[in-house]
Design a binder for this molecule. Structure first.
Ligand SMILES: [Fe+2]
Ligand SMILES: [Fe+2]
Length: 387
């Protein structure tokens, strides 16, 4: 059997309420009816108990029916309860006001049993349609949220696996990318950047060397010094990385053709801030503050801030980590080199932020010492939810 509907009647006249009770006696199997003598009592009742419908008189001592209606509409808990207002037959202005304030229906006193029962059923039906719609809407919203979170997770995972692929080509198997991500995040924080920028730094800085996947092994793995030509070839990892991360119009059209529109927008939007920042970092992380870097010899502020941050984070972590060709450098020696580099290579503002966060950087270096691919990925997952 369907659950009983709860209806609240409000009228200051006990005799009128008594009449209603008698009139609706037969409905008590399907309706749970409550009768109160004032607006205050009604407000109290609606806090204690869920109601599907309220039927209220207008003229009452204390708060009148309009005030009751206004207060019900203001409270989130009661704003959707249908309210039928009972008015005297001639009170035309009352009727307009009641409807303006969000009353569901109006009834003239005295009321006939047939009319009353019919109006109550119609208000209850309306309420259940509304409830159903509301439920559907919230189900849908939850589903959308879930799907968005899933998409976001898989997008991050793809980015990190891609970053790791770049590191593998360079014979780096450690946690370099997570440390660069973390250091970049800290530097951005020290520089007073907003939440969105910091998060993007954490997620996109690991992709700085992704262009290395297109550099030949003979150059990438050459043990000795590179020839001038080889050096130039190696430097193309910046422009290749940016190309990889910035899909051109043709790629975009191809993606549009194979993906459903919603998914396409979510994963491959050219304006996606994540891919845009990743591309900037890949392109500019070897530019030097004094203009002697590559690929374009940009100088000072002309180099985007995100790239100036990663330039420092990348050099610092490379000095402190073990590579196949070198042991990790002591903190002291690394700091001496960083100082020397700061004169030409780094943005003085970023270098200053770096000096101020020494303690935190030490924690990162220790906490994210080199590990396996899976360890790195799970660390990244863990930190992306924390950050
Ligand atoms: Fe690089
Ligand atoms: Fe790097």
């Amino acid at each position: 059997m369907a659950e009983k509907k709860h209806i609240l009647f409000v009228d200051d006249d006990p005799a009128f309420l008594h009449g209603l009770r008698r009139l609706l006696f037969a409905q008590r199997k399907v309706w749970e009816m409550n009768f109160v003598l004032s607006a205050d009592e009604a407000l109290e009742e609606t806090l204690q108990q869920h109601y599907d419908l309220i039927i209220s008189d207008v003229s009452m001592p204390g708060k009148d029916g309009f005030e009751l209606l206004g207060m019900l509409r203001e409270r989130e808990q009661t704003q959707d309860i249908p309210v039928i207002i009972l008015t005297g037959g001639d009170e035309l202005s009352y009727k307009r006001r009641a409807l303006d304030m969000g009353a569901t229906d109006l009834l003239n006193k005295p009321v006939s049993q047939e009319d009353l029962v019919a109006r109550i059923w119609s208000a209850l039906r309306l309420k259940s349609y509304q409830d159903e719609l509301k439920q559907q809407k919230s189900l849908l919203e939850n589903k959308v949220q879930e799907r968005t979170a899933e998409l976001e997770d898989s997008r991050l995972e793809i980015i990190w696996r891609l970053a790791k692929a770049g590191e593998y080509r360079d014979k780096e198997t450690g946690n370099h990318i997570i440390r660069v991500g973390y250091i970049s995040y800290l530097l951005a924080e020290q520089l007073g950047m907003d939440e969105e920028f910091k998060k993007l730094m954490f997620v996109t800085s690991p992709l700085h060397d992704i262009g290395k996947i297109a550099i030949s092994d003979t150059i990438l793995l050459k043990p000795g010094k590179l020839t001038p030509q080889e050096r130039l070839d190696m430097q193309t990892h910046t422009t290749i990385g940016a190309d990889l991360l910035r899909p051109d119009a043709r790629q975009k059209n191809a993606l549009r053709a194979i993906c459903s529109l919603g998914l396409y927008q979510a994963v491959s939007n050219n304006e996606n801030p994540l891919l845009r920042m990743a591309a900037i970092i890949a392109l500019r992380h070897h530019e030097w503050w004094d203009g002697s870097g590559y690929p374009d010899g940009l100088k000072g502020d002309a180099i985007p801030l995100e790239a100036r941050i990663v330039a420092l984070a990348d050099v610092y972590d490379a000095l402190r980590s073990q590579r196949p060709y070198k042991p990790p450098m002591s903190e002291e020696k690394a700091m001496a080199i960083m100082h020397e580099e700061s004169l030409r290579h780094f943005d003085p503002m970023v270098y200053d932020a770096f000096l101020k966060r020494q303690e935190d950087l030490q924690v990162i270096t220790d906490q994210y010492a080199d590990g396996t691919l899976d360890e790195t990925l799970s660390l990244l997952q863990e930190n992306s939810t924390k950050i």
